[in-house]
Unconditional design. Structure first.
Lengths: 202, 616
């Protein structure tokens, strides 16, 4: 019963739909924080598409750098400098037209390029015979971050093998560093509160 | 493919054993990586506690000073560096976290110094009232975060960790430098600090990546072994790249050390930031940067004791039966039940090889005797390069700092240049260390112990000086040297303490500063006598000359305070010796004044700390 469901196809449609819907959400929302949250979901879904396509490394990087890093930075930046004129973004008609022109042109070019490759248009006749190559994956990097250097096993020079250290400690401790830096950024970014507090005599 | 699967299992179990030791899920062996890393983990816990406690109504009322003090104090207690002089064997060198960090007497000593400074600094900040209570939690978080980075720097065994530690220590310092937000000068100083710091870090990272490309590793002991065999066979372009990489890494370290020509940020930052931050940057930051410099030059310039690198390797050695390791490797770490079997298996293979390599039995099996002699040549080249480079930097830094301090009108700016000069002076021991690292490891170790002694004494001298500057600022709102005129009249006790500290900063006997300078210069003289390198003579002469130059500007401050008349316009100052601030200053001055009575115990501790540094 379960085998009858085409899991791959189902997930593809799911991720593609969520990516598109939340991308539209970014467009039609005027609050920066909501936009950022929509963008998180949209980028996360496209990371899912990368995983489905077998590009695990790109998917992992998409999650770590865009979803994890850049957007958290954006949200924090907005929260720290939250002022009304930066929080709400109104787009006027001229900007809509201009962005539709530019974005639409890019979309056309991409669609045209994607559909011009004939192999991509026709599905494989015998799906059973499709072999999935062992792709370059993020596994060795991820394993090294948990302290296990799998590439140690392929190293024949015993001296170099001794020098292969796992990156568990930096991976964990850097989170502490980021927390401290965030506290520092928050401290530097809140001038008014301190003054108000001092007037109150705190 | 069975071999791979079973070796992966071995790899994972090796990581677990290395990280937390054998035992149940929650048990942590005291000699495992995490077990020896507890002081740093306590610092992390304190940072978290300071954040979380503020969420509650009760915690809002709590003064975070006590939380921070308890956290740092607990970390110091767990580390307990005072055990060093009792039993140095407890602090034998071992690698933590699969070779990223190193635990030995030196790291315990420096981390003890940093955490001890942390306690003293928190008390100092509490007395002087900067940061205000409202800001204190954030400032303490930054200080503790920076201290965490400094601790990691002082124990680094891998260039990745060197970079990470430098960044972890620097980035919170940038925010600390800009602590007084409404002060334009402070903001400018913080921005300069951050921009130059980012540049220096980038340069260092580029140097590290060049080294990684040339030698295929950035794990310091492995790097030394690679340099020893690869450097003699390198072509000129490759040698140029290696030298460039060394220069770039040194630039990053010199920035942290505030060495010439990377010193320009320090006077601005010290002048803009409050004296409390200046104390932190000039003591803790310098101590960790010097320890890091020692780590890097020792790591890249000498071959480590074979047993401890081999110990980590044994699991992989067991996994790869087709590639026999030496018996020393196997006996060192593998559980007895498994190791005996492979020792028997490998014995005849390896016994013959070890005879050829009495010094480095972990090197590639099958190397001939000629390779062994080339080995020392390669490292000798690297050591001479580093020694001459650091000697030059030290000479210029020390002289420049002392000359530039002469014309300063602001006391914090003067102390900034004095910091630069002292950093240069401490660096002078490093060429001495490198010159005799191979031939006379004992003398080389004594050079490092000279740095360690200097750092402890420097802590008390500079903390005392900055504390007096901060307390006087609180009283009279000025940090100009001219405004200190006639201080002897209104607060004689503090003035006397300041004069004692200034005399000690010059290095006049019988004060502690003399012991510090003597320890460093004696090691340079010893190294010169044993190796005969002329540049060490140059270092020695410049060191002595600089002591004479520094006399002028320190004495000028003392003269202004004691001999000039009190200006009439000044508001009355009351800073008696019998107050909390006075006691604090006294507590810093007493070790400076009377260390000579009992300096043997400090010397013993420092000697025990460096006993295992050079793997001899």
């Amino acid at each position: 019963m379960l085998a009858a469901i085409d899991l791959h196809g189902f997930l593809f449609v799911l991720f593609a739909l969520t990516a598109c819907v939340f991308a539209a959400g970014v467009l039609f929302s005027s609050n920066i924080v909501r936009m950022a949250f929509n963008l998180v979901l949209s980028l996360g879904s496209s990371a899912g598409l990368f995983f489905l396509a077998g590009a695990e490394f790109v998917g992992a990087m998409q999650l770590m750098i865009y979803v994890g890093g850049t957007l958290v930075l954006l949200v924090f930046g907005v929260m720290l400098t939250a002022q009304h004129r930066f929080l709400e973004m109104r787009t006027n008609a001229g900007e809509w037209v201009l962005s539709l022109l530019v974005g639409g042109a890019l979309l056309m070019v991409l669609l045209q390029a994607a559909f011009s490759v004939s192999q991509w248009n026709t599905p494989y006749a015998q799906r059973d015979q499709v072999e999935i190559d062992e792709s370059k994956s993020a596994t060795p990097i991820a394993a090294a971050l948990t302290g296990v250097r799998v590439d140690k096993l392929e190293e024949t020079n015993p001296r170099l093998r001794a020098g292969k250290s796992g990156y568990l400690m930096p991976f964990v401790i850097v989170s502490m560093h980021l927390l401290v830096v965030l506290v520092g950024a928050a401290y530097l970014a809140r001038p008014r509160m301190a003054v108000r507090q001092m007037r109150r005599g705190g | 493919m069975e071999l791979v699967a079973s070796s992966l299992f071995d790899l994972v179990s090796d990581v677990i054993r290395d990280t937390k030791g054998i035992g149940g899920w929650l048990s942590i062996a005291p000699d495992s990586s995490v077990g020896l890393f507890i002081p740093e983990i306590l610092l992390c816990g304190t940072i978290l506690a300071m954040l979380v406690l503020r969420l509650f109504r009760l915690g809002e009322k709590l003064d975070m000073f006590y939380v921070a003090l308890i956290g740092v104090g607990a970390a110091l207690l767990v580390l307990s560096p005072w055990r060093l002089s009792e039993n140095a064997e407890l602090f034998a060198r071992r690698e933590l976290f699969t070779g990223l960090l190193v635990y030995d007497g030196f790291s315990v000593f420096i981390r003890g110094l940093l955490l001890g400074f942390g306690v003293l600094f928190l008390v100092f900040a509490k007395i002087s009232g900067i940061p205000s209570r409202y800001d204190s939690a954030d400032i303490y978080t930054l200080v503790l975060g920076a201290t965490l980075g400094l601790c990691i720097m002082s124990a680094a065994n891998h260039l990745l960790v060197v970079f990470m530690g430098v960044e972890m220590a620097s980035v919170p310092s940038y925010a600390l430098a800009g602590m007084q937000k409404r002060d334009r000068k402070a903001s400018e100083a913080a921005l300069k600090f951050a921009v130059y710091g980012a540049g220096a870090a980038g340069i260092m990272l580029y140097g590290i990546s060049l080294l990684a490309g040339l030698f295929h590793t950035v794990h310091l002991p492995t790097l030394a072994a690679q340099i020893s065999t690869m450097l003699p066979q390198m072509e000129t372009p490759e040698l140029m790249v290696a030298a460039l990489a060394g220069l770039m890494i040194m630039a990053g370290l010199a920035y942290k050390l505030s060495a010439f020509p990377f010193h320009y940020w320090i006077p601005d930052v010290f002048e803009g930031a409050p004296a409390e931050v200046g104390a932190f940057l000039s003591i803790a930051s310098k101590a960790a940067a010097l320890a890091l410099l020692v780590r890097v030059v020792v790591g890249m310039g000498t071959l480590p004791d074979s047993s401890e690198t081999a110990a980590r390797d044994s699991v992989v050695a067991r996994a790869r039966q087709d590639n026999p390791a030496t018996p020393a490797d196997l006996l060192a770490q593998a559980p007895p039940a498994q190791s005996t079997m492979y020792v028997r298996h490998d014995e005849e293979h390896a016994a013959a090889e070890t005879e050829d390599h009495p010094r480095e039995d972990h090197a590639t099996p099958g190397e001939s005797d000629s390779a062994t002699s080339a080995t020392t040549d390669g490292l000798e080249t690297a050591r001479t390069f580093m020694a001459k480079l650091i000697a030059l930097i030290a000479i210029v830094t020390c002289t420049f700092g002392n000359l530039a301090a002469y014309g300063q009108k602001n006391i914090k700016r003067m102390l900034a240049y004095s910091t630069i000069a002292h950093a240069g002076f401490m660096m002078m021991a490093v060429p001495a260390l490198l010159a005799v690292a191979d031939s006379h490891p004992q003398v080389a170790a004594s050079a490092v112990s000279g740095i360690a002694i200097y750092l402890v004494i420097y802590l008390f001298m500079n903390l005392g000086a900055f504390a007096i500057v901060a307390f006087l600022r609180n009283e009279m709102g000025s940090e100009q040297i001219d405004d200190y005129a006639g201080l002897l009249k209104c607060c004689p006790g503090i003035t006397l303490c300041f004069v004692v500290i200034l005399f000690s900063l010059i290095g006049l006997p019988p004060l502690a500063g003399f012991i510090a300078k003597f320890a460093v210069l004696a090691s340079v003289a010893d190294a010169f006598r044993l190796s005969g390198h002329p540049y060490l003579m140059g270092v020695l002469v410049v060191g002595v000359l600089n002591t004479a130059i520094s006399l002028i500007y320190y004495l000028r401050v003392a003269r202004v305070m004691t001999m000039l008349p009190e200006p009439e316009s000044r508001v009355p100052i009351s800073l008696p010796l019998f107050s909390v601030a006075g006691w604090y200053v006294l507590a810093m001055t007493i070790p400076v004044a009377f260390l000579i009575v009992n300096w043997g115990s400090l010397h013993r501790t420092a000697t025990a700390a460096v006993a295992h540094l050079l793997g001899s």
